[in-house]
Design a protein around this ligand. Structure first.
Ligand SMILES: [Zn+2]
Length: 266
């Protein structure tokens, strides 16, 4: 059994054939999928999917840092209040708060970093209030992300997803007890690929970040024609990570699933 700990199955590109995509994944052993929201609307959709595909899909709810340049602060606050209500009403379908964090990829995002940090902190507090782990997004902003984590009264637990920082950054994340996962970026970034073997067995999780982060072949071409990544591709990423770590695929499959079950209680 493989667990894809990060796939945005509410994405419109799955609207026509979501059943098939899930059946396809399940037939290849990808039997559990965590679906993170990125705002109130998609968090609700994630919960709906968790209800519809009970025991196969599990929801994470939260506001993505990029939302801080799309919404006014008052709207973000309102969404956060309603996300709490969503957890209250659907606690049994929700396994994490995510994806949340900070992002400094563009100048516009950089200009609202204090706002991002504030909402990241508040969402960690919500996670802790409900005894949930956090799914952390960070891009060009590891310092700002760790700053928030280090200021919490109680150390948060969770996952750094689609990790793309460097070796030193990885050490900092592991030092704080977080688990780490990589997505299709290990198929095209040599720098990120080198990090795979540095994650201890009990801290590695699998993910695809579907429909984004499509794995690529050795020529750099996307592996699927339709340019849409799917949870079934977690098997390809697992095989590559087993190779990079010098482990049998089966051992990695068992270990990463046990890790996901332990962290998310799925
Ligand atoms: Zn994501």
């Amino acid at each position: 059994m493989f667990i894809d700990t990060h796939a945005h199955m509410w994405w419109f590109s799955f609207d026509k054939d979501r059943d098939q995509v899930l059946a396809h994944a399940e037939a290849s052993g990808v039997t559990k999928i965590i679906v993170p929201g990125t705002d109130l609307k998609t968090s609700k959709l994630a919960v709906e999917l968790a209800k519809k595909y009970k025991g196969k899909i599990f929801a994470a709810v939260g506001i993505h840092p990029e939302e801080s340049i799309i919404n006014k602060q008052t709207d973000l606050q309102d969404q956060l209040t309603r996300i709490k209500e969503l957890i209250d009403e659907n606690r049994e379908y929700i396994v994490a708060v995510g994806e949340v964090g900070t992002d400094a990829y563009t100048d516009e995002l950089k200009s609202v970093l204090p706002l991002q940090q504030d909402f990241f902190r508040r969402q960690i507090e919500i996670a802790q209030e409900y005894g949930l782990p956090v799914i952390v997004h960070t891009r060009n902003s590891l310092t700002e992300t760790l700053e928030v984590i280090d200021q919490m009264q109680v150390e948060p637990k969770g996952q750094f997803h689609c990790f793309s920082n460097d070796e030193e950054g990885l050490r900092e994340v592991l030092k704080r007890g977080f688990s780490v996962s990589f997505a299709g970026n290990i198929t095209w970034s040599k720098r990120v690929r080198r990090l795979v073997e540095l994650v201890p067995n009990d801290k590695l999780l699998l993910e695809t970040d579907s429909p984004l982060m499509m794995p690529r072949d050795s020529r750099g071409e996307p592996l699927m024609d339709n340019l849409r990544n799917e949870p079934i591709n977690v098997t390809i990423l697992a095989r590559l990570q087993a190779e990079l770590r010098g482990q049998p695929l089966k051992a990695l499959e068992i270990q990463t699933s046990a890790n996901a079950i332990e962290l998310f209680r799925v």
